[in-house]
Design a protein around this ligand. Structure first.
Ligand code: ISE
Length: 333
């Protein structure tokens, strides 16, 4: 059996996902790509062999040949499209964030609960990145005692034009929110944002240090630097009772030549997390077949939005902001 995939959004992420399905995922085939820009949808459909290029996302969701939907449209449209997929009974892999506000995220959760089964997987792809997965495995082995602190670095070469400090917390630090909950098996209970000396090359407070406390008393600190100039760089170091666990910031190869040793840095997150995206998309298809959901749920998406909302509040007030959300309802585990 092969699952027919529809992709909403033919921008950078939608096109990349289409290529992943066309080249690297078993058990699925591309059926349709939709985009408000019909020419863009057509170009991606032609490149990846998808049968149909559409401009109406609801026609894609309700297409009988589409068995599962990937949402890679602008962030504000995610809840509406995710709810339409749930109502159509179709599994959905939704790019992060789940929703621009926690209240809109809750609407998706309510729709899923009404449907009676988990249909949404959130595209927090770092949960599938071999570095983070190995880190979690080593921590869970117990060989290094308990985790005490998690140092994270999240640097982009440069900010897109629409970016500001709040976007950096929501869009960029949202990944550390999700992946630190995953690695530590803990909830984040408070957040405080510190502004560093501002880079002259930035149009907003950049870099920042975002510090979380977990419900297990651990500290998670995230250096966010969106205009770091030199490349895309993500690091993580877990400090445990009897050792530390970290993964490399680089792509795989190291070159030694002419007296210099170099490792290549990715220009952005897509090559850096290429393996994570491939593994995530395959895991999504496998989960549809087995009926056993994997990855971040709609609930995890709601939590990430709640936590980053608190981060934005701390950015504005300079205070430590406590994070609270109701207990996991229904089948979110
Ligand atoms: C972007 O939206 C992403 O999701 C990337 O993974 C992240 O690293 C980047 O900072 C965000 O702007």
């Amino acid at each position: 059996m092969s699952i027919g995939i529809g992709i909403i959004g033919a921008g950078i992420m939608g096109a990349d996902h289409a290529r992943i399905f066309a080249n690297s995922v078993a058990g699925a085939h591309l059926v349709a790509i939709s985009d408000a820009d019909a020419a863009r949808a057509k170009a991606v459909a032609q490149e990846t062999g998808a049968k149909r290029a559409l401009s109406d996302p609801f026609a894609l969701i309700n297409d009988p040949d589409v068995g599962a939907v990937l949402i890679a449209s602008p962030d504000a449209t995610h809840p509406e499209f995710a709810i339409a997929c749930i109502k159509a009974g179709k599994p959905v892999l939704c790019e992060k964030p789940l929703a621009p506000t926690a209240a809109e995220g809750l609407r998706v959760i309510e729709a899923e609960l009404a449907a009676g089964r988990r249909l949404v997987q959130l595209g927090y792809m770092r949960r599938f990145d071999p570095g983070y997965v190995e880190m979690k495995g080593l921590l869970d082995s117990g060989a290094y005692g308990e985790a005490l602190a998690f140092h994270c670095v999240h640097r982009n070469a440069s900010a897109p034009p629409h970016f500001d400090a709040a976007a950096a917390i929501v869009s960029s630090a949202g990944h550390e929110v999700d992946v630190s909950r995953f690695v530590l098996s803990a909830e984040l209970s408070s957040v405080k944002v510190f502004r560093a000396k501002r880079s002259k090359l930035a149009t907003f407070d950049d870099p920042m240090l975002v510090v979380f406390e977990t419900d297990k008393g651990q500290l998670v600190d995230v250096e966010l630097f969106i205009n770091a100039q030199y490349g895309y760089d993500v690091k993580g170091e877990l400090v445990c009772e009897t050792g530390t666990i970290s993964f490399g910031p680089t792509l795989n190869t190291q070159v030694r030549s002419a007296g210099v040793s170099t490792t290549q840095l990715a220009p952005d997150w897509r090559p850096r997390f290429a393996a994570a995206y491939r593994i995530q998309n395959q895991a999504w298809i496998n989960a549809i077949v087995t009926g056993k959901p994997v990855g971040s749920s709609a609930w995890d998406g709601y939590v990430a939005t709640t936590v980053t909302d608190a981060g934005v509040k701390s950015l504005k007030t300079g205070e430590t902001v406590s994070i609270a959300y109701e207990k996991r309802p229904g089948f979110y585990g």
